[in-house]
Write a protein that binds this ligand. Structure first.
Ligand code: HEC
Ligand code: HEC
Length: 282
């Protein structure tokens, strides 16, 4: 970082009142329902700038952490239940439900862990939401769901839950490589009046306090995430939007090529951490 850039960054952080965190519990283990242990710390891939990969769960308060340790306490499960019903509900001109073609939702095991991925048919990078909407419009003759609609976010929770515990393992080579490069570029680009990049907060300052919040590595292995702040499940792209807005910048849209590429890059920074969805954060 050049001197001027550094001065600007320090200025920006002063405006955001960055401070040292009250020490987090370094030894916390995430065991769900007393039996399913999540990988919340992992060795980084060789290319990673991070010394260790840490789940966002580690950065939350003990009270918030506990909500994710028991599915009966986890408020995200109301959404999973409603998606269970949608799964076998016939919709659209074909009169078919997800279950008619996919069988039990358990058939989705492993899907979340490799998303987003390049669609072999068109060479585009597709997120889980895009695969779901493609089935709705092309295979069911039904309307597509809005990116942040309850139906969509609930369904991503149900599908992601089938991979819970599995390590995130997105492909970044081959056809995915150009998307990954584009996502990486966005991750390190400073935006907004505060001239901050994702990396300035989530790589350079995780573990520190920013305003009243304990900064994590900004991992997405827990998505969709139930946030106590807005009392609902939140999509990955909605979270990206919020973070970009916090730098007082114009933001990209949910489902845009920019956010899709960024999702791949951010997901790859967590390759090795468990899929935790639906997770609970503040
Ligand atoms: C008419 C049959 C049909 C229906 C109905 C259908 N799908 Fe699909 N779906 C497919 C086929 C075929 C594929 C591509 C092959 C595959 O991956 O199984 C697919 C792929 C997917 C994928 C990507 C899986 C992967 O590994 O890449 C997801 C996610 C998905 N469907 C979710 C849904 C959901 C959710 C619904 C209900 C809202 C649904 N599908 C309804 C046939 C269907
Ligand atoms: C000004 C600092 C700042 C910047 C810049 C920033 N974030 Fe964040 N981000 C936060 C804070 C604060 C939180 C909430 C605490 C936490 O989980 O780190 C957060 C949370 C997140 C989360 C949720 C993590 C979880 O476990 O639920 C993700 C994902 C995320 N950010 C991604 C990004 C991405 C991608 C960018 C760049 C487009 C970005 N952030 C830029 C401050 C920032």
């Amino acid at each position: 970082m050049g001197m001027l850039a550094k001065a600007a960054a320090i200025g920006a952080f002063a405006a955001l009142s960055l401070g040292q965190a009250a020490s987090a519990d370094e030894d916390a283990r995430l065991i769900i329902n007393g039996e399913e242990e999540m990988i919340v710390r992992a060795a980084p891939p060789a290319w990673s700038p991070l010394p260790e990969l840490l789940s966002g769960w580690l950065f939350r308060t003990v009270e918030t952490q506990r909500l994710q340790m028991d599915d009966f306490e986890n408020p995200g499960f109301t959404s999973v239940d409603s998606a269970w019903e949608t799964w076998s509900l016939p919709e659209g001109s074909a009169g078919k439900s997800c279950a008619d073609c996919h069988g039990d939702a358990a058939s989705m095991k492993g899907v979340r862990a490799v998303m987003p991925k390049v669609n072999a048919e068109n060479g585009e990078l597709w997120t889980l939401e895009m695969y779901i909407n493609n089935c709705r419009t092309e295979r069911m003759g039904a309307e597509s769901w809005g990116w942040n609609s309850g139906s969509m976010v609930d369904m991503t929770a149900l599908i992601s839950l089938q991979s819970r515990g599995m390590p995130v393992n997105v492909a970044i080579d081959g056809a995915a490589a150009p998307f990954w490069e584009a996502g990486k570029e966005l991750y390190y680009t400073r935006t907004g009046q505060l001239e901050l990049s994702c990396a300035n907060c989530h790589e350079d300052n995780y573990g520190n306090m920013i305003r009243a919040d304990h900064l994590s590595q900004g991992q997405i292995n827990g998505f969709p995430v139930y946030r106590l702040k807005n009392a609902k499940l939140n999509s990955i792209h909605a979270r990206f939007k919020g973070c970009v807005r916090d730098t007082r910048a114009e933001t990209y849209k949910e489902g845009s090529p920019e956010f899709t590429a960024l999702e791949l890059y951010v997901a790859s920074r967590g390759n090795g951490l468990s899929v935790e969805a639906p997770s609970v954060r503040n």
